[in-house]
Design a protein around this ligand. Structure first.
Ligand code: FAD
Length: 302
């Protein structure tokens, strides 16, 4: 539980209307799962974040930085600490030649649309990934042969002391669905993308083609966090799960999607435990059938 005095201090850094107590996190995750966070703060500037991070470190309050919540599985017990959302209030995009400088809370779909409008190519692959560019950089999000590491030239972050650091592509240590930020307590505030001049119609038709593929293959009509597991080397997780006889397998309200076995979906009333137990069961069956270890891509928050 967070005291009134702490909330008062936070309200000295961030407008009062951006701060909510006992905020249900199922409103902020694409899985539609998650209990209450003691405190939820919508960040609107780097300066606010610097002050808040410094303060939270001094008072030793746990904090969770999130974007659009599209890769998070949050416990039904909620989050005992402060959730900092880098989202709708930090979405500015500006252009410098072929480079786009994007605030971390901008959605990848918004960035893709802006790139298309400016006739810049290179970002089409990300148009259907339902996260922020900040979350995307942390995860090195990717699809259809592209990933953020191919277009990110600079990442502005702040550390828990509130210092600003500029990381170049190499320092980001991008790997498959990972980056240096996964193991450092940095918060992404701005991302610079290096794109290339392109042809408007070609950009649009590629984005339409990829959106159609997603609609055809993915269970977008259900809440989920996308692919539940990372792709194991030499295999496809969905195929292994299907061949293990788990298509449509259900625990409580959590189900292996019939449309794409790589997705675990919330059929309506899934709990955190339902999803966690289903993930564990799938891992066990796939290991027994194929000897392959599936590693979750989804991030557990307890
Ligand atoms: C239907 C669906 C389809 C998907 N398809 C794809 C796909 O094709 N490819 C793919 O890679 N992913 C996909 N995903 C997963 C997800 O969209 C990506 O992982 C995305 O990059 C997460 O961004 P987010 O803003 O939602 O991050 P969140 O889920 O909010 O957070 C993810 C992680 O990043 C951290 N984080 C978020 N923002 C910041 C920040 N500003 N600074 C520091 N840390 C931060 C969080 O602490 C957490 O560890 C899909 C998800 C869904 C629901």
């Amino acid at each position: 539980m967070i005291s009134d005095a702490v909330i008062q201090t936070i309200a000295g850094f961030v407008p009062r209307e951006n701060i909510r107590r006992r905020e249900p996190m199922n409103r902020h995750t694409t899985f539609r799962i998650g209990g209450e966070a003691d405190c939820f703060v919508e960040i609107e500037s780097m300066e606010q974040l610097q002050k808040l991070q410094r303060y939270l470190r001094i008072v030793e309050l746990p904090c969770l930085v999130m974007g659009n919540g599209s890769n998070l599985l949050i416990s039904d017990r909620g989050y005992a600490g402060v959730v900092l959302q880098i989202g709708p209030r930090m979405q500015q995009i500006r252009l410098e030649g072929d480079r786009m400088i994007v605030q971390a809370g901008a959605l990848m779909s918004q960035v893709a649309k802006a790139a298309y409008e400016q006739e810049l190519t290179g970002f089409e692959f990300a148009c259907g990934i339902p996260g922020t560019i900040g979350g995307g950089v942390v995860m090195n999000a990717g699809a259809y042969g592209g990933e953020l590491s191919q277009v990110v030239s600079q990442v502005k972050v702040i550390d828990r002391e509130g210092n600003v650091l500029e990381l170049d592509n190499e320092t980001m240590e991008f790997g498959y669905r990972t980056s240096a930020i996964k193991s450092h307590p940095f918060t992404v505030v701005e991302v610079t993308l290096q794109l290339a001049p392109g042809e408007r119609e070609a950009i649009r038709s590629r984005m339409n083609e990829l959106a159609a593929k997603r609609r055809e293959k993915q269970p977008l009509e259900y809440p989920s966090a996308g692919s539940t597991f990372k792709r194991p080397e030499g295999y496809y997780a969905g195929e292994l799960i299907m061949k293990s006889g788990l298509r449509g397998y259900q625990i409580g309200g959590a189900r292996v999607s019939d449309k794409h076995c790589g997705f675990i979906i919330n059929t309506g009333n899934a709990t955190y435990e339902d999803v966690r137990d289903l993930i564990a069961y799938v891992q066990e069956r796939v290991k027994a059938c194929f000897g392959v270890d599936l590693e979750p891509e989804v991030i557990f928050v307890e």
